[in-house]
Design a protein around this ligand. Structure first.
Ligand code: CRA
Length: 835
């Protein structure tokens, strides 16, 4: 009886309650209790990790209270739910974000201080979950934040990788990868729901038979069955009670041992099976925008999709609703084609397991799914060798054939006689080996298709998905990406946040368009001074970090030229380094030249198998070694490669940037999101008309944006006409000298072999038109340097950049998805008990 009373609402309602209270006293009590009862320690012997865990559990308790209320309300009220299917979630550290969203950052700061510990010291202890490669995974994380903040009932589904994106070290200028053992000290933010598990079949064959009612049936006899166990992480919205679920699946063997093998003495076999099953969720594929075509990857995709669909159907049926009405309760968004197998899996579940007729099943499926395309790069468009696919998913292969047959029957009527069109729309690709085109499966099975920036959507319609657009224009729309201002301003730039709020109040944090009010202060000298003062402080913090990490001392007064993102030829980190070399040569030619001091800050990971990207990292570091140590340079130029770019590091880098480098070849970067985060933090952009840059320039104004380079149209035209990079090399003396130096070993201790592949590629192929854009880039950079010298006008441009970034809040993106695609409404969540 006593126990029951302990958990009555009466207890919960006290603001001093150690489990739910938000006062400093309650929080202190909670941390202390957890140190004792969760960590089993007392202050004298507690480690920093013990304190981190104690605080994290204290915060989690507060989330759980809101989470339970949210789930209950969603189910009781029978609300429509958005389900986001994504193979990646690049979440970043949870603790500080949860403190901000709970609105208790200050209270916790005080509580920890009174306990004699420094909050920052604990925050730094958190190992971030790096369950994504880059933009796509981070976008999923921003969208989870916005969904909760906008009080939209939503579940994020994905994979609980035991090892996330590798950790990058730089040794002798080269990238070296280390495994990311993020779970080694446990994860206080997740709750393992052992009871919530599903079986997933893999491999084997399909039997066909006619049942007693004369119905044609298929029976999939798998070679292997794995079990997916749910691990839930609560995702709290900003200053609301809504707490949604991020449900990640871990793969396990259905029984720890295969008893048959075990009993017959085949111990190895039994243990092997366990390993094979656990391998599925073991590690994230570290490729951004390239597909690997490996069996394990297909198994990963199918594994998480199957668990997620079974889970959703379970939720749906438990509400007492008919399976035919699944699409009334759920809208499923496919984050690129990685989860597109869901379309075939949905058909399998409906037809094989729930006995629906094909047409009924297809109606439900095509009213459920919507597909976001994130790239135009051909190497990122997923296809599976048909034989490989059939060996993993034999039943799905049959289903895809049937989907395709029926679909092509329909299409043939519309585009009669046009075989090229039919081939391009077919889900099965013909060739020496047949293959399955996942983008086509996604398009055929979805009611909505969207790109991630205006230019990207236009290019989708006119190139990669041209025939789809002609076939079903009504499915297409644009949803320009956005980022959450909670993490990317409030959390990473608290000083700028206070400065902004001191002028316009705090409601901009939820309504980013309100930043517009800052325009009124753009000319105010006092505000400009304060604004640039914050920037300077953030630059000094970054200086210290860089000194600690790389040993390089940089000058906070110099222009911080920031190029941070995955390393890829299309993102053209090498164009930037050619500019560095050109400036260096100007100094060497005339050591007394007037030049704006600059620090070039690079960061980003290269896919471990991407040779050219790794070579670009080596080149950056090699140029840095020469430039940073040349006495003639007199510290006016510094090149830094900040190792292991991840969410935590990004949070320190963005606020310190002066110039945001967004120089991808036009037409290649679908959107970009770092461009938005940098501009929000008051950096000015130098960029091409690519991805969301186009829209950023539109809102900040062309006078506050440094534009250069070929347009997407010009790039396409040049390519068609036959592009000759060598001509550009001969034409521009600075370019020629820079390339000659790289080739001759000027930056590599006279080793003229290291960069040969890179140089040859630029001179004779240059698929991303680095040389064509060089002159225009260098000239534009001169303009930027000149502008930087005029402190007042720079401050004004910087303020206007931030002031006009309202559009790029992920809240705006999510609102558009909700209204145009998902047709879902928000639900405000109330706690049963009032504080
Ligand atoms: N690599 C695009 O390249 C875009 C993000 C999120 C990417 C970025 O320009 O901002 O998606 N594409 O929409 C991708 O992952 C599979 O394609 C990315 O992160």
């Amino acid at each position: 009886k006593e126990k029951l009373e302990d958990s009555t609402p009466k207890q919960l309602s006290q603001s001093e309650d150690a489990r739910t209270g938000l006062s400093v006293e309650a929080l202190k009590k909670a941390i202390f209790n957890n140190l004792f009862y969760v960590q089993g320690k007392y202050p004298e012997i507690a480690t920093r990790n013990d304190y981190y865990m104690s605080l994290a559990y204290a915060v989690r308790d507060r989330l759980l209270q809101r989470w339970v209320a949210s789930v209950k309300q969603y189910l009781d009220g029978r609300h429509r739910i958005v389900s986001y299917l994504s193979a990646e979630y690049l979440l970043g550290p949870h603790l500080a974000n949860n403190l901000i969203n709970l609105g208790i950052y200050k209270e916790v700061e005080q509580a920890t201080q009174e306990l004699g510990i420094n909050l920052q010291w604990l925050l730094d202890k958190e190992v971030e979950p790096g369950l994504g490669n880059g933009g796509l995974g981070r976008l999923a994380a921003c969208y989870m934040d916005s969904l909760a903040t906008l009080e939209v009932p939503a579940i994020g589904y994905g994979i609980r990788y035991q090892f996330g994106i590798f950790e990058q070290e730089i040794r002798n200028g080269w990238q070296v990868e280390d495994t990311d053992n993020w779970l080694r000290r446990g994860n206080p933010w997740e709750i393992a729901r052992r009871e919530l598990n599903y079986e997933v079949k893999l491999g084997g064959y399909v039997q066909h038979y006619i049942d007693r009612d004369g119905k044609f049936r298929s029976n999939w006899i798998p070679e292997l069955t794995v079990k997916g166990v749910a691990y839930d992480t609560p995702i709290l919205g900003y200053k609301v009670n809504t707490t949604n679920t991020l449900r990640l699946w871990k793969s396990e063997a259905p029984k720890s041992f295969d008893f048959q093998s075990f009993n017959s003495g085949n111990y190895n076999n039994a243990v092997n099976q366990k390993i094979v099953c656990e391998n599925i969720s073991k590690v994230l594929y570290p490729n951004d925008e390239t597909v690997s075509g490996k069996i394990l990857r297909l198994q990963q995709q199918y594994f998480f999709v199957s668990c997620s669909l079974q889970d959703m159907i379970g939720i749906h049926l438990r509400q007492g609703d008919k399976i035919e009405d699944f699409n009334v309760n759920f809208a499923i968004q496919l984050n690129d084609t990685h989860p597109a197998i869901a379309i075939a899996e949905m058909m399998r579940l409906l037809v094989d397991e729930y006995d629906l007729e094909w047409v009924d099943a297809w109606r439900v499926t095509t009213r459920t799914f919507a597909y976001t395309n994130h790239t135009l790069l051909p190497e990122a468009l997923e296809t599976w060798d048909l034989e490989l696919f059939g060996s993993v998913l034999p039943r799905h292969l049959e289903l895809i054939y049937e989907i395709n047959r029926r679909f092509l029957d329909e299409v043939t009527i519309k585009v009669f006689g046009n075989n090229n069109k039919i081939n391009s729309l077919s889900i099965i690709g013909e060739g020496p080996r047949k293959f399955i085109k996942m983008a086509n499966l996604a398009c055929a099975g979805s009611f909505a298709i969207n790109g991630v920036a205006a230019l990207h959507t236009d290019l989708l319609k006119s190139t990669v998905l041209k025939d789809w657009y002609a076939l079903c224009p009504e499915k297409f729309s644009n949803k320009t990406n956005g980022v959450t201002p909670r993490r990317w301003l409030v959390l990473s730039n608290p000083k700028l946040t206070s400065l902004i709020s001191s002028k316009i109040g705090e409601s901009w944090i939820k309504h980013l368009e309100e930043l517009k009010q800052l325009e009124a202060f753009a000319d105010d000298p006092e505000f400009q001074l304060a604004w640039m003062g914050v920037k300077y402080e953030m630059k000094k913090i970054l200086c210290n970090r860089i000194l600690n990490k790389t040993g390089i001392k940089i000058n906070p007064d110099s222009l911080f030229d920031v190029h941070v993102k995955r390393i890829h030829e299309y993102k053209r980190q090498h164009l930037n380094i050619l500019h560095v070399i050109a400036l260096y040569n100007r100094i060497k030619k005339n050591p007394d030249i007037e030049i704006v001091p600059r620090t070039f800050i690079y960061a980003g990971k290269a896919a471990p198998g991407y040779k050219m990207a790794k070579l670009i990292i080596k080149l950056i570091n090699s140029v840095g070694e020469i430039v940073n140590n040349d006495p003639d340079v007199r510290d006016r130029l510094k090149v830094v490669f900040y190792p292991n770019y991840n969410v935590s590091n990004a949070q320190v880098i963005y606020p310190a940037a002066d110039l945001s480098i967004q120089i991808s070849t036009a037409g290649k970067e679908a959107s970009g999101t770092g461009n938005m985060k940098l501009s929000m933090n008051g950096a000015l952009t130098i960029g091409t008309l690519d991805g969301a840059n186009v829209e950023i320039r539109e809102v900040v104004g062309e006078e506050n944006f440094f534009l250069f380079g070929l347009t997407a149209e010009e790039v396409a035209k040049k390519k068609k006409e036959g592009y000759n990079p060598y001509g550009y090399y001969l034409e521009n003396e600075e370019l020629k000298m820079a390339i000659d130096q790289i080739a001759s070993g000027y930056f590599s201790h006279l080793d003229d072999t290291i960069f040969k592949d890179l140089v040859d590629n630029l001179l004779y192929h240059d698929p991303f038109m680095v040389l064509a854009d060089f002159t225009s880039y260098v000239t534009c950079q001169e303009k930027a340097a000149l502008a930087f010298q005029d402190k007042k006008s720079w401050a004004k441009m910087s303020i206007l950049n931030t002031a006009r970034m309202g559009k790029f809040s992920s809240d705006r993106s999510i609102r558009e998805y909700c209204d145009d695609i998902w047709k879902v409404k928000s639900v405000s969540v109330h706690l049963d008990v009032k504080d």
